[in-house]
Design a protein around this ligand. Structure first.
Ligand code: SAM
Length: 298
């Protein structure tokens, strides 16, 4: 079955009385070379289990099933479940499991526990655009030891994820992602490779997760707050942005922390990499601990 053939896709959709659902970000991939390249990038080992988010009609699922030991595919659209049963019917037996769930509500730890016990687990997806960042954050914050996350996303978001500190595209999501792993842009995919065609081009990004995180803050939540405050007030200097966010700390103290960390007093948050943010967060933690100790002395 050739799910990259537009007529085949249309015939199957009409057989099941379906049309692509915008609200679920359904843009089906139709270029076989792109399907192969994404699947190949997903893992270095045939022994991997792959969590696929949003199998759609199964074009990528079929390719993953030929390459890897196991594929768990989570699809929100109930109407696509019978379609997948049909399109995946000739896949190697026992390899693919389809779940009709919202990935934002799936108990990932429970679903993947047997797979982590057996070998490496990677994520692969042509992600629905409307929910790209929440899905990525959910995967990263799950704390699950994924080997890698390979996703097709809007080209502009791909640029953001892969930007370096100080680049125009660098943002809070970039800094936070760099805490968990390293993202690389693999290739760009133009809008004409999907039906229906989205309004913008896409790109495939692979995030390799750190086994041991190189940045180890004293307080993870404080690190994320520091990043968030710095970017919430993007046009402000870091001193002003952090003063607005950490209202319990005098501006003068924040200014000293920034200068003691070796930054210019007028630096903006977008110039700091995740290690520099962690250093500042640790200084804030130390300041608070000190203030608390002084307070309890009096
Ligand atoms: N993988 C298919 C392909 O490449 O042709 C479909 C990709 S399409 C861009 C996104 C898919 O994600 C759709 O099948 C959509 O129904 C599904 N989806 C959207 N939101 C979802 C969610 N919250 N949980 C699971 N699947 C979701």
């Amino acid at each position: 079955m050739n799910l990259c053939d537009i007529r085949t896709v249309r015939d199957i959709m009409s057989l099941y009385n379906l049309t692509p659902r915008k609200e679920f970000g359904q843009n089906f991939l139709t270029n076989p070379a792109v399907v192969e390249d994404i699947a190949a990038a997903c893992s270095d080992t045939k022994q991997a289990t792959v969590l696929e988010i949003g199998p759609g009609m199964g074009v990528l699922t079929r390719e993953l099933a030929c390459r890897y030991r196991r594929v768990l595919a989570v699809e929100i659209d109930r109407g696509l479940i019978p379609v997948l049963k049909y399109t995946l019917s000739d896949c190697p037996e026992g390899v693919v499991t389809v779940l009709n769930q919202d990935i934002m509500k799936t108990d990932l730890a429970a679903l993947l526990a047997p797979s982590f016990a057996e070998g490496p687990v990677s994520v692969c997806a042509n992600l629905p655009y409307y929910i790209t960042t929440p899905i990525l954050m959910r995967l990263l914050e799950s704390g699950l030891p994924f080997d890698s996350i390979t996703v097709m996303i809007q080209a502009e978001v791909a640029d953001r994820l892969c930007a370096g500190a100080g680049d125009k595209a660098y943002g809070a999501i970039t800094a936070v992602l760099n805490y968990y792993g390293q993202a690389e842009k693999l290739f760009r995919v133009s809008a004409g490779n999907f039906i229906p065609a989205p309004k913008v081009d896409s790109a495939v990004v692979r995030i390799r997760l750190y086994r041991e995180k190189p940045v180890q803050p004293r307080d993870e939540k404080l690190l994320f707050d520091t990043v968030r405050f710095a970017f919430e007030q993007r046009r402000k200097t870091l001193v002003n942005a952090l003063s607005a966010g950490f209202s319990d700390i005098p501006k003068q103290a924040i200014q000293s922390m920034i200068q003691d960390a070796g930054h210019r007093p007028d630096i903006r948050g977008e110039r700091l990499d995740i290690a520099a943010f962690a250093d500042l967060a640790d200084r804030i933690a130390a300041y608070r601990a000190d203030a608390c100790a002084k307070g309890s002395d009096t």
